[in-house]
Design a protein around this ligand. Structure first.
Ligand SMILES: [Zn+2]
Length: 239
């Protein structure tokens, strides 16, 4: 790095810079190592950017340590601690640090392999979550081992996940149920369901039953064809 480069740290206010770079600069210049902040401050500093927290999280694989109250006692809910500044991603040679680029072709193959459904909870794209009337599932690509930073982005390390399961796997969402609640729910299942659940847990994903597989395939048909099959199925059952 030349002396000139060292002196030319860009300004986070520059809208021509990429969002991840602006977030990094804002954190370095306005928060500083050991400083605390809330996401709202970041959103106000760099307004009009969708998924700005995602861009912030993208800094973690580049060595940035940003802790939440779940990682560190003494922080209020919603408060974040910039524990460590990582690679200077505003410098050209570090721009791509920690970014695991998944090509469009890879995404498509992973979605197809996983039958266009979340391998964790089984939800299909656009379906509503059973416990939320307004949130529709969106599919995304997750890593088999979300915590292994810098892990390869080969297809064998990628899985189709809904955004909710993706956030939960990365510990970015608070658990919705306590361990106790979940265990109680499990103990009430019939033995064969318990066995199936154990097999899913061991595999790290939910195997699709034949009926669920058929639903996944139906879901991928154009709406008119799906409706035609629905009518045909209805007739075949009523005759
Ligand atoms: Zn899911």
């Amino acid at each position: 790095m030349s002396v000139d480069d060292a002196g030319a740290k860009p300004d986070w206010r520059n809208p021509n810079l990429g969002t991840r770079v602006r977030v990094a600069l804002w954190l370095a210049d306005e928060v500083g190592e050991g400083g605390r902040f809330v996401k709202q401050q970041l959103r106000e500093a760099i307004p009009g950017v969708e998924q700005i927290d995602r861009r912030m999280r993208d800094l973690r694989p580049a060595g940035w340590s940003i802790l939440t109250y779940r990682d560190r006692g003494g922080l209020a809910p919603g408060e974040l601690l910039l524990e460590k500044i990582g690679k200077p991603v505003w410098e050209k040679e570090h721009r791509a640090a920690g970014l695991r680029v998944v090509t469009a072709a890879t995404r498509r193959r992973v979605f197809e392999r996983d039958n266009h459904r979340c391998v964790r909870c089984g939800i299909l794209p656009g379906e509503l979550y059973p416990d939320e009337t307004e949130a529709a599932a969106r599919l995304t690509i997750g890593h088999v081992e979300p915590h292994k930073y810098g892990s390869a982005s080969g297809e064998e390390n990628l899985v189709t996940e809904c955004s909710r399961c993706n956030e939960t796997a990365k510990h970015l969402a608070s658990p919705r149920f306590s361990e106790r609640q979940v265990w109680d729910e499990i103990t009430e299942l019939p033995r064969k369901d318990k066995q199936m659940l154990l097999a899913w847990l061991v595999a790290g994903k939910r195997e699709q039953s034949r009926v669920e597989r058929a639903m996944s395939h139906l879901w991928q048909l154009p709406g008119a064809q799906r409706e035609e099959i629905m009518r045909r199925l209805g007739r075949s059952l009523s005759s």
